[in-house]
Design a protein around this ligand. Structure first.
Ligand SMILES: NC(=O)c1ccc[n+]([C@@H]2O[C@H](COP(=O)([O-])OP(=O)(O)OC[C@H]3O[C@@H](n4cnc5c(N)ncnc54)[C@H](OP(=O)(O)O)[C@@H]3O)[C@@H](O)[C@H]2O)c1
Length: 312
């Protein structure tokens, strides 16, 4: 099979499309013929060696953490899935024609959710869902979403509006029409405004841009507010811990939770039309360099997705 991989940490030039053996599913795993795999910023953070505590040092390594496809074969202990099932989920190395996934990290794809849309749920969707476990967001909660039309922001903005929150969406020009359609109450273009100077304070600040530190985010929080970070920066984790002990302003870290129940719940929201999945662009597997170059440059709103194989 074909698989995108790299043999040393680095930039786009270390990526290659290689021939690889089709992996064998273990007892509690399924082998899936990939139909779509979505791009995430963590893909290039892993490839560049920024998160070696996650990747380790072994080489070669594959790319891609979320996928959808059709079950080809199941492990001996798997009873919930069978060959031919359309599924989606999280797994390593899914930028390939076949991927092996743990049965607890996949769910069946509803028929009226496309393979492309389903492939965006496991990382971006479930990380957005985790925000609602970390911070109380309900009717009238004032929420600022900094990066509202990226992968996580797309899900987070719509889920927050659905819970009745009063949402301020921070976007660039290309995202404004989406957040208006999703019902955001205020839209701030970060290229035209300094959000630290908008003169408002929030119950919850959801940081997705990699640009707004906890120290800055606190300026936007009400006295009892909470900052929900997307990245575990060591210094911030420490100041967050101290703040959680001694201040009314709290810190929390969102985290992907690609379990079957969480995946199925989100797919239901997409299937029922309550959450729109914006696919900014699709690429074939062979266009891996172009796709990562465009995505890391922030060219598209929503998600960038690889389409793999034939869609039936
Ligand atoms: N903790 C976890 O488990 C977990 C899981 C997944 C991802 N993450 C991390 O979460 C972060 C967000 O992920 P994602 O998939 O949503 O990324 P993404 O799709 O790249 O979205 C980033 C968003 O930030 C916006 N942005 C860029 N510069 C900005 C600025 N100066 N001010 C305000 N917004 C700005 C972008 O808007 P424009 O495109 O309009 O510029 C875009 O909407 C990444 O750092 C990722 O690594 C964490």
């Amino acid at each position: 099979m074909k698989k995108v991989l790299y043999r040393s940490f680095g930039g786009l030039d270390v990526l290659e499309l290689a021939d690889a053996d089709v992996p064998e599913p273990g007892e509690h795993e399924v082998l899936v013929a990939v139909k779509a795999a979505a791009v995430n910023p963590v893909d290039w953070k892993m490839r560049e060696g920024q998160v070696k505590f996650l990747t380790g040092w072994r080489m070669p390594q594959g790319q891609g953490l979320e996928f959808s496809g059709v079950v080809e074969r199941v492990g001996r202990a798997v009873t919930a899935y069978a060959a031919g099932d359309q599924v989606f989920g999280a797994a390593n190395d899914c930028l390939a024609e076949f991927v092996v996934a743990k049965e607890g990290k996949i769910a069946k794809k509803p028929a009226d959710v496309t393979f492309e849309a389903a492939s965006t749920i496991p990382v971006a969707g479930t990380t957005a869902s985790s925000v609602f476990e970390r911070a109380a967001i309900s009717q009238g909660t004032e929420v600022l979403i900094n990066g509202a039309t990226g992968g996580i922001g797309m899900f987070g903005t719509q889920l927050a509006v659905r819970r009745g929150a009063h949402v301020t969406a921070v976007v660039s020009e290309k995202g404004a029409e989406y957040v208006q359609r999703w019902g955001a109450h205020h839209v701030v273009d970060y290229r035209k405004n300094n959000i630290l100077e908008i003169g408002r304070q929030f119950d919850v600040v959801v940081e997705l841009s990699d640009k707004l530190s906890f120290t800055q985010g606190r300026q936007l929080l009400k006295p009892g507010g909470k900052y929900v970070a997307s990245l575990p920066r060591p210094v911030e984790l420490l100041s967050g811990l101290v703040s959680n002990l001694y201040s009314r302003q709290k810190y929390a870290l969102m985290g992907m939770q690609a379990r079957t129940d969480a995946l199925a719940a989100l797919a239901g929201e997409v299937a029922s039309g309550h959450v729109e999945v914006v696919i900014g662009q699709t690429y074939s597997l062979t266009a891996f360099r172009e796709a990562y170059a465009a995505t890391s440059a922030g060219r598209f709103a929503g998600k960038v997705v690889f389409t793999v194989g034939q869609h039936t």
